[in-house]
Design a protein around this ligand. Sequence first.
Ligand code: SF4
Ligand code: FES
Length: 361
Amino acid sequence: MDVTNAVNAPLGMLAELTHRCPLHCPYCSNPLELTAREDELGTDEWLSVLEQARELGVLQVHLSGGEPLSRADLPLLVSRAGELGCYVSLVTSGLGLTESRLADLVDRGLAHVQLSVQAADSARANLLAGARAHEHKITAAGLVTRAGLPLSVNVVLHRANHDQLEAMIDLAERMGADRLELANTQYYGWALRNRAALQPTREQLAAAEPIVRAATERLRGRMDLVYVLADYYESYPKPCMSGWGSRQLTVAPDGTVLPCPAATAISTLTLENVRNRTLADIWYQSESFNAYRGEDWMRDPCRSCDRRSIDFGGCRCQAFQLTGDAAATDPVCTLSPDRALVERILEAPREDADFVMRGPR
Ligand code: SF4
Ligand code: FES
């Protein structure tokens, strides 16, 4: 079946250059089986991926990981993506970013930096990162703003940092962020492994609402504030990926091409690799990208639901993780026959278990 004409080209590509990372955040969405350095795509392979992506229609390239600064060839990749006319974003912990390194990347076409922050103070942040990272992040933010680049700060929220919400907003403001994403943890990869320790309480979520509302109002026109809900507590699921295989693709460090960053979680899905097939062929023709595209795969209640063009039946990875069936309605939905699975998770007593920090097994 040739579906090329019926499917839009992707707008963005998340290029996970490496799983190597100086941090060990327990909420990381990378898979538990991290790609080893020797299995990573080489420089020529990544250059080819960038060229293929642009030819396919990609305009936004997010260089991510792990920590993309761990790759010595990062400047070459930024140059190529910039020459191709892409908007190039660096998604980083900030560790390893120096003034000269950043100036070089900016010269080569880097347009935007997204910096992760774990908590409002060094003691808590370093504990959550499993590394002495916090002060480096503050320095990195200063480098980015002085270089004149737009800065996004990303905070993953969970039970061990929700109480610092207000202080983290203040910190992002002091860092000079143009955008602050406060994202309640989504449970994939290491975050799913640590779900019992990460899950916020209802009280924490209720306390967050007025803080976020007031800050959004106060910072309007200065800093965009995006609050990503804790979806287990919602009545309807998130419109994950704006629909499967619709806008963005992810290339994992070993060249596996994913319809969403967490799709390796779906063990029933046969994934393709850029080492064996072109990106265009994978995007348009592969079984994995077509599996949950559009609405034909849906069953009831989604098939006959008015919200199916709003949330696309929710998240395929979450449906698989909770029910074992990636074509099931996301159990977050109160119309799903599996909603009880989510209720049981919410009702479970909150563990005071230690986090399993991210790292090689
Ligand atoms: Fe969304 Fe399906 Fe629930 Fe309707 S039934 S709200 S389409 S997940
Ligand atoms: Fe994979 Fe939602 S995280 S589809």
